[in-house]
Design a protein around this ligand. Structure first.
Ligand SMILES: Nc1nc2c(ncn2[C@@H]2O[C@H](COP(=O)(O)OP(=O)(O)OP(=O)(O)O)[C@@H](O)[C@H]2O)c(=O)[nH]1
Ligand SMILES: [Mg+2]
Length: 444
């Protein structure tokens, strides 16, 4: 996500870093790079120009050239300006009497139906009762697609293919009221391009359910065209939010900057994959910091907190520091990491990472594959072997390799790894004790 931009800006600031003090020309040169980066990332020309102008004004106003940490000031100004441009995070409007209605609109293949299920999942996690309504009667299979997704998410589903999308929408609203749903999400048909028929049908559906939120779903890879699409939808439907999908792909994040700044419609969610849980609520600061290469540290922390329950983490830590870690712990730890989502995404969030390692390199590593292999090996062990790795003799190891479809070398390697980890942990905790008794047992 926003990779090109991050790398380029990273290069600019790395260049400045080497020079100690900043001169007027340096700032100008840096901002030229920033501008090229923005254009490369498909940020609208006018938006980029305005952005640079504002950053320059602010930089000069701060008497940047006298400051000792000029580089930090410049990064902060660029970031703050990006945050301002990206706009504030907006809370979901649930209206007064339930159900709150969310209408999803967008072009064909933008990711509306997927986004509907992601929203349902997101709302469900917040304790809301959610119904998905299939009002795309255009594309064959669209209704079924939504039904399957709602089963996956575990929420209510409504469809009525006997009439118009309007009839389906009305029926859904009635049913949602009857079942005391908190939220009704209306999935609609897409078109290849904006045409009057699409707009008219949507307008009718909109009028029949009177949504509290009208979200436009945009494929983040659409680039410049996204601005035109968003303007057309916004002028007709007074959008209350934007959802950018496919942020996990090789997209040019500039569309977010452009569409937000041209339409003024707040960005609400970012889709980062095909699964229902692959969606982040929008956070301007986080996106901005990611753009300028500070990494999505906050996002990383949040994800980690979500994945590891406090108890999990505590129990493990104690075992680890006393060097008693076994294969069960290893498995638990790995699953904790897995729950944070694809490793690739997590690694991309680490500060500076996108400059060091390219997307292609990440693909080469196949960390997921490695984790699956480890999991298969551990699962092929008996409970006794997992808790007491010392009993793993040659024949046991050969049996485990056969059972997990791996080679005996792989099993050997994993066992060595566990012993090595135990050793290191013991040394670490000894060191901690010597340095003042911290570490082991502190929490008991
Ligand atoms: N990688 C990735 N794929 C996505 C994302 N969102 C949707 N997709 C995929 O994009 C394709 C189209 O998604 P849909 O949700 O069916 O799009 P739609 O807007 O409902 O399409 P129509 O109903 O045909 O107009 C599907 O294959 C989805 O799995 C995302 O955030 N990341
Ligand atoms: Mg659809």
């Amino acid at each position: 996500m926003l990779d090109n931009l991050t790398r380029r800006l990273g290069g600019v600031f790395a260049g400045l870093r080497k020079q100690g003090r900043l001169k007027d020309e340096d700032v100008k040169a840096a901002l030229r790079e920033v501008r090229v980066a923005l254009l490369e990332a498909d940020v609208n020309f006018k938006v980029a120009k305005q952005f640079i102008k504002e950053v320059e004004e602010k930089a000069v106003g701060e008497e940047l050239f006298e400051s000792l940490n000029a580089e930090q000031t410049l990064i902060k100004i660029v970031r703050d300006q990006l945050v301002e441009l990206l706009g504030e995070d907006v809370d979901m409007n649930y209206g007064g009497r339930p159900p709150a209605v969310i209408l999803l609109a967008g072009l064909q293949g933008a990711g509306k139906t997927t986004a509907a299920s992601k929203l349902a999942y997101w709302l469900k996690k917040k304790g809301k009762k959610v119904m998905l309504a299939a009002c795309d009667l255009q594309r064959p299979g669209a209704v079924k697609q939504l039904q399957v997704l709602s089963e996956k998410v575990g929420c209510e589903f409504f469809s009525d293919e006997t009439g118009s999308p309007v009839k389906a929408a009305q029926g859904a609203l009635e049913r949602a009221r009857h079942l005391f749903m908190d939220v009704l999400i209306v999935d609609t048909a897409g078109r290849l391009s904006i045409d009057e028929a699409l707009m008219e049908e949507l307008a009718q559906v909109r009028d029949s359910v009177q949504p509290h939120e009208t979200f436009l779903v945009l494929d983040a890879a659409t680039g410049q065209e996204a601005v035109n699409v968003a303007e057309a939808f916004h002028s007709r439907f007074s959008l209350t939010g934007l959802i950018f999908t496919k942020m996990d792909g090789d997209t040019r994040g500039g569309a977010i900057l452009s569409v937000r700044s041209v339409t003024g419609v707040p960005v609400r969610f970012l889709g980062t994959g095909e699964l229902p849980e692959a969606m982040d609520s929008f956070n301007a600061r986080r996106v901005a910091e990611r753009i300028i290469g500070m990494g999505d540290v906050m996002g990383l922390i949040e994800k980690a907190e979500e994945a590891a329950s406090f108890e999990d983490a505590l129990g493990l830590q104690e075992k680890m520091s006393s060097g008693r870690m076994d294969f069960n712990d290893m498995l638990a730890q790995m699953r904790m990491v897995r729950r944070m989502g694809p490793l690739k995404n997590i690694m991309k969030m680490l500060p500076g990472f996108s400059q060091m390692v390219s997307e292609e390199d990440l693909d080469q590593v196949d960390a997921e594959g490695k984790m699956k292999q480890v999991e298969a090996i551990v699962l092929s062990m008996t409970p006794a072997e997992r808790t007491n790795p010392d009993i793993l003799n040659g024949s046991r190891r050969r049996r485990i390799a056969r059972g997990s479809g791996t080679r005996p070398e792989d099993v050997n390697q994993l066992v060595d790894q566990l012993f090595e980890m135990r050793k290191q942990m013991r040394q670490l905790s000894k060191l901690q004790k010597r340095m003042g008794g911290r570490g082991r047992g502190r929490r008991r």
